[in-house]
Ligand binder design. Sequence first.
Ligand code: LLP
Length: 437
Amino acid sequence: MNYEETHNRAGHLVIGGCDVVELVGQWGTPLYVFDEEAVINNIVMYRNALSGLPDYEIIYAAKALLTVGIARFMANHGLSLDVVSGGELYMALTAGFPAEKIYFHGNNKSAAELRTALDVGVGRIVVDNLYELELIADLARQKQKAADILLRIMPGVEAHTHSYIQTGQLDSKFGISIAYNQAIDAIKLAAGMPEIKLHGLHCHIGSQIFELASFAKTIDVMMALMAESKALGIDLAELDLGGGLGIKYVEGDQPASIQDFGAYLQDALKNSAAKYGLKLPKIMVEPGRSLVGAAGTTIYRVGSIKTNQGGRTYAAVDGGMGDNPRVALYQAKYHAVVANKIGQPPEQTYTIVGKYCESGDVLINSIALPRLEPGDLLAVFCTGAYNYAMASNYNAVPRIPIVTVYRGQSDLVVERETYQDLIRLHRIPARWLKNGV
Ligand code: LLP
């Protein structure tokens, strides 16, 4: 969590050495602020946390936040990239991301997407199902290439998180189920295909996970499966454990630190390796939220404030569910401060709502803040993951810009959309222009 906020003498929030009031003067509101140093620190923490493993790779899960600039930033910092669509792949390649460090995920990749992946030579295609396996084999045969793959396994582990972001339980839409020998049968099938080079297995049990025990259970299931494969003469050298480590959004959230997560994974891996008589495979992790979530802050300007007699006091900001749909979707909770009144004591409890025509457009249900006035700036923390990435143009509200801040300098990563951008793809069929019907 980055909201042990730093502020200057004027009582203004400071992020990455930049006064938020000045940032807003330059870039307007609402504004996503991306704190580079926070991400760099997280990357270093992941490296340190896993450095005891014989071989490992950190793959940034692009779905959390991807733009061409962010792809470039992650490449500069030596990370690999998990993409889930032709669009993410396109952004990454446009940024000059090395194709061999790209992992291509997705439960329903199209033939066109797979062709591109083979043509550009992505590092691994993470195969979700048998239909896709056959499709890739066909495409690889046509191209006279071998496809480097991992098989995504559904390990049957239920992570304790919101049901919408659980993925590892049996009967999930992702991966090949461990039950009824489906996984081992798929491994045998893939290992026998001449066009396919099966390097290992992948799993991902969910997101915003606090309980590390779910990871140990998963590791044990996956290592058992690797041992079963080995007994059949199929040596799998790689195990990708997916992402999922939670972050602290509000007081009371108790995620493990990256350091503890790494130590825990290493213990669990070593235990399972000993139990099944395996040597440790190369380990991959795919963090998204725990790399960029806490590094993002959204700055809004407060507008109307109203108290319903006998009800709540609402403060409305100039953004909302269009730039942050997570509250409406997952009952997500956020913490905020008044960016131009840091250090002032809380005086009133507010419900922070957005400007969208929907009652569910709430950002924070209840928060005590210094007395708000129209024009105040509200900073909502931990919006770096799955906010810009899931933003919409609902109510024809332009999507908001991202600026990155680093040691007192701020630069645009994404420009603010304009009304012209909103209608760029709109057409009026010629018949409708003739006034008649
Ligand atoms: N790897 C795979 C295969 C994934 O499906 C995901 C996330 C990740 C890695 C990264 O997980 P993370 O480290 O960020 O937890 N929109 C939801 C989250 C969906 C996560 C989807 N998959 C939210 O806003 O909470």
